[in-house]
Design a protein around this ligand. Structure first.
Ligand SMILES: *Cc1c(COP(=O)(O)O)cnc(C)c1O
Length: 377
């Protein structure tokens, strides 16, 4: 059996090695290291893939979120609602821009931002909602868009974990996550579903004026050479990373399909256990989930001991996330009331994420499942 890894970047590289190497070599041969043709072509290809009018590449997924918020003109003191159960980058940029983060609880079934909790958190100062399509599963966008419309709020999708996921609107229309709200962001961190070989990110929007504003912000607030109209940042997608992404984008749907197939296999073998809750899968044709993580909830199981048992058997696993954001030192605040976070407070104690990537094979899944059940039974 191949050694089990949380992500297998080398295994994914092998079959596309020639394309990747050639693409990188082209950047070096042309010395177009900054904003060259590879970056431009990747932007076009991703716009087409996502069916979105504008992709603005940038340096990483955290910058993408920050720039999206700057582009919308959010001002210090504006309240931004987001999930308590997510990676810290989401709340970090809100705080960094001196906006007021308003963390709310999540849904116990799909781990995404809870709709009733959003409604409860809205005040006259609320300006935006940031749903995170956590672990690769699309959030309930119809409900979020409805709330946003009613209260005149922006919707900023943190799509760092869900690139390629589909969302089906109530009317049956299918769209890609990230291209649904006013603006969306993603990360090309190597372990993400579409990862480059370093840092990278992008912002998406269908709004022409917002796209124009954002294109200036990523480039020092410059709309005309050496005319700086707004305070911007320097955030570029490296041309070599764009070259890697161009070689990988045509395979994204296949990578995601393979992740989904592995998720179905895990679920088939684990779903009947009374101490395990497997993640939501909407049927075998499920396309609203691209399984950035395959995350179980454990009931009456000593999680630390299970992690040790798996590690002792050379099975890596992860706990995403062990601490709710409202309890992190940087983001704790008297405004928060423990009674408002029953689900997140429980999830942080129950979740465990299993190895998940496009190269996982049946033998490995079988072995992982056997070792889990051997411990829990
Ligand atoms: C990875 C991630 C980010 C940040 O992306 P970077 O490219 O590492 O800056 C933001 N939000 C979520 C939910 C993420 O998983």
């Amino acid at each position: 059996m191949k050694k089990i890894q949380m992500v297998d970047l080398k295994g994914q590289y092998q079959p596309i090695k020639e394309q990747v190497n050639q693409s990188i070599q082209e950047v070096i041969d042309t010395t177009a290291f900054i904003n060259g043709p590879q970056v431009h072509e990747f932007q076009k290809e991703l716009e087409e893939y996502l069916n979105v009018k504008h992709v603005i590449p940038c340096a990483n997924g955290t910058d993408a979120l920050q720039i999206a918020m700057m582009g919308l003109g959010l001002k210090p003191g504006d309240e931004v609602i987001t999930a308590d159960f997510t990676f810290a980058a989401t709340v970090e940029v809100i705080a960094l821009l001196q906006l007021t983060p308003v963390l709310v609880d999540v849904d116990p079934i799909d781990f995404n931002i809870d709709i009733e909790a959003i409604k409860k958190a809205i005040t006259p100062k609320t300006k935006a909602i940031v749903p995170v399509h956590l672990f690769g599963k699309a959030a309930n966008m119809d409900a979020i868009l409805e709330i946003a419309e009613e209260h005149d709020l922006f919707v900023i999708e943190d799509n760092a974990q869900a690139i390629g996921a589909n969302y089906t609107h109530k009317d049956g229309k299918k769209v890609k996550t990230g291209a649904i709200g006013h603006v969306g962001s993603t990360s090309f961190f190597p372990s993400k579903n579409l990862g480059c070989y370093g840092d990278g990110g992008a912002i998406f929007t269908n709004d022409d004026a917002l796209a124009h504003t954002i294109r200036g912000i990523v480039n020092h607030g410059m709309y005309e050479r050496y005319h700086h109209d707004v305070v911007g940042v320097n955030s570029r997608l490296d041309a070599i990373q764009a070259a890697v992404l161009r070689a990988k984008l045509p395979h994204l749907d296949d990578y995601n399909a393979r992740r989904r197939a592995s998720a179905l296999k895990y679920t088939e073998k684990l779903q009947d256990h009374p101490k395990i809750i497997t993640p939501t899968i909407c049927g075998t044709a499920c396309d609203c989930h691209v399984f950035h993580q395959y995350t179980l909830r454990l009931k009456d199981v000593d999680r630390d001991a299970l992690v040790k048992h798996l590690n002792a058997n050379e099975i890596p696993c992860g706990v995403y996330y062990p601490i709710p954001l409202h309890k992190q030192k940087a983001y704790a605040d008297d405004r928060y009331n423990e009674a408002d976070f029953p689900i997140t407070n429980k999830l942080v104690q129950e979740v465990i994420s299993l190895p998940m990537h496009s190269e996982l094979d049946d033998e490995q899944i079988e072995y992982i499942v056997t070792k889990i059940l051997e411990f829990i039974d």
